[in-house]
Design a protein around this ligand. Structure first.
Ligand SMILES: [Zn+2]
Length: 432
């Protein structure tokens, strides 16, 4: 255990040099360096680790460890501004008790410190060795930039899995970056991609998953689609993906109001229905079949102008997006919004049902442009937030070297160990 800590400490302190050494399998001991965990010297303390069990409270845990009640109240009182012990211990979360290695005259061992880990990064220290102190700390986070490529044989998940890459890259590309431009259920064999992304590590050692995708390139059906992440508003922290010519890849409208639904009937002005003796019954909506209870999402930001039940429509919601566009969602089991409410793209506004005239559970999605119902699939939908002219110059400058990097990546069978930029977040002194 101690050796591991030594190595980590070494990594964090000496950066590149040590990283090279460790990668080669050369583990060097650091001479005379203090090794800290949660800010405490591992030579000085015994670390007793456990997890919060059902019924555990701060008091019960300390009592079990030979701390008596007047003292527990005192500790709780003094630390309550930092951490309210009575309400905040969650079952299953790890905690650590520290015991001084110095032999006390007392035969009964008593802890000096209680450390509670709220998540992988954040922890609270309640120290009662001498005076009582309570404080919060965050473990140092490191982001490591990596690149990856893949060629689709069947689907993206399989391609990622074969290369040992995180599925989060697929979600990121399918749901965030290319959700509006590529249908990931219809990828073709031979479609291929490159990504520049960052992995997150806690204390340089604990892998905490894919953090972010900085840039991507996707070849689909012979089209080349670049995507670059760019912050357009640093105050509101608005980040979007843009193409190489600064077009927002996100559209003002989602393609569908349900995440997993089957397009069961398209907008069709010449539809004939057997039930009506094959007479023309135009269908001005687009139907998505999905099980009862499937969440229905607002396809764009807007204000709810109707949330009611009427005739064949059943329970429905209508949203006005701007002077040009409105959308309507029919046959809901129940609505989740009220008239006058402002909703954002992706918000759940109701659930799929069978109210009104319908043969099976589906949402009938109606798309209104200038007061007329049109086929949403034939609209050239506006981009979500176009880049401002002043930012555009900055953006094009910013992506130049990143695009070159993307272009220089070869499609490989296996990914090379590519540690290029390591960014460690400051403001932390604690090394575990
Ligand atoms: Zn319909």
């Amino acid at each position: 255990m101690a050796l591991a800590f030594v190595t980590v400490f070494f990594l964090a302190c000496n950066n590149d040099e040590s990283k090279k050494n460790t990668n080669k399998g050369v583990v060097e001991r650091v001479e005379q360096k203090q090794v800290l965990e949660f800010g405490f010297d591992v030579e000085e303390y015994e670390f007793k680790r456990d997890t919060v069990k059902k019924g555990d409270t701060f008091g019960i845990i300390l009592e079990r460890n030979n701390i008596g009640y007047p003292k527990i109240f005192q500790i709780a009182e003094k630390s309550k501004d930092t951490f309210d012990i009575a309400t905040k211990l969650q079952v299953g979360k790890p905690y650590t008790l520290l015991f001084s290695k110095e032999k006390a005259n007392d035969s009964v061992q008593k802890p000096t410190t209680f450390i509670y880990q709220q998540n992988l990064e954040d922890y609270v220290v309640i120290d009662f060795k001498d005076s009582i102190q309570a404080y919060k700390r965050t473990k140092p986070i490191t982001y490591v930039e990596k690149t990856a490529t893949g060629v689709i044989e069947n689907n993206i998940s399989e391609t990622l899995e074969k290369k040992g890459l995180s599925q989060k890259l697929a979600f990121k590309m399918a749901d965030d970056i290319y959700a509006w431009t590529i249908d990931f259920r219809r990828l073709q064999p031979g479609d291929r991609f490159k990504v520049i992304y960052t992995d997150k590590y806690i204390n340089d050692t604990i892998y905490a998953g894919v953090h972010d995708v900085k840039a991507a390139y996707f070849e689909h059906n012979g089209d080349s689609l670049y995507a670059f992440e760019f912050k357009t508003d640093s105050i509101k922290n608005i980040v979007d993906y843009f193409s190489e010519d600064a077009k927002n890849l996100r559209r003002a409208f989602l393609k569908m109001p349900v995440k997993f639904g089957r397009l069961s009937s398209r907008y069709n002005l010449k539809r004939r229905i057997a039930y009506y003796g094959y007479k023309v019954r135009p269908h001005k909506g687009t139907d998505f079949a999905a099980p009862v209870g499937t969440p229905i999402m607002a396809t764009a930001n807007g204000t709810v102008i109707e949330s009611t039940r009427r005739g064949g429509n059943g329970k429905y919601v209508k949203i006005r997006h701007n002077a040009t566009y409105s959308t309507q969602y029919l046959h809901m089991k129940a609505q989740n919004v009220k008239k006058g409410q402002y909703v954002k793209q992706g918000d759940v506004i109701g659930w799929v049902g069978m109210t009104g005239n319908t043969g099976g559970p589906h949402v009938c999605y109606r798309f209104w442009k200038n007061g007329k119902q049109v086929d949403p699939f034939r609209q050239k939908l506006p981009e979500a937030e176009p880049i401002s002219d002043s930012l555009k110059v900055k953006y094009l400058d910013y992506i130049k070297p990143i695009k070159k990097r993307l272009d220089d990546i070869f499609f490989l069978e296996t990914e090379p160990e590519s540690i290029e930029n390591t960014i460690t977040e400051g403001n932390n002194t604690d090394i575990q």
